[in-house]
Write a protein that binds this ligand. Structure first.
Ligand SMILES: [Zn+2]
Length: 128
């Protein structure tokens, strides 16, 4: 399982069900307010954090700031997907710590583009 690619992608799509648009649909797919009022207020506050964070990113080439409101759903899904995938990886590794060694070992021999693999390859190259 590649948690950095497919894990994040699956998590991204699942999180869309809880972004600024998906959150407005109930379990049956009907557009209706199903949140407790205090939960909805908290959800909106957290959404504003995402809007503010991404609204401060500047595309240097275009010389423009990102519109955090327009991209909120995708930004929430990206953050959620990464978090869910990372949590899943941590869950698997906590049950099978030996799995941590195998990818690192393989990266050294197959020339993976991972930073660890590249660092190990560069270090090994000094001795050749
Ligand atoms: Zn998306």
């Amino acid at each position: 399982m590649n948690y950095g690619a497919i894990g994040v992608t699956i998590g991204h799509e699942i999180t869309h069900g809880f972004d600024d648009e998906g959150s407005q649909y109930d379990k049956d797919g009907k557009l209706r307010m199903w949140w407790q009022p205090e939960d909805w207020v908290r959800f909106r506050e957290k959404g504003q954090c995402i809007i503010d964070q991404y609204g401060n990113f500047t595309d240097e080439l275009a010389g423009m700031k990102l519109n955090g409101i327009n991209t909120q759903g995708e930004n929430v899904a990206d953050n959620g997907g990464l978090k869910e995938s990372y949590r899943s990886l941590g869950n698997v590794l906590s049950r099978s710590p030996l799995l941590m060694i195998i990818p690192t070992f393989l990266n050294c021999f197959i020339g993976s583009s991972s930073s660890l693999g590249m660092a190990m390859s560069a270090e090994m190259g000094q001795f050749l």
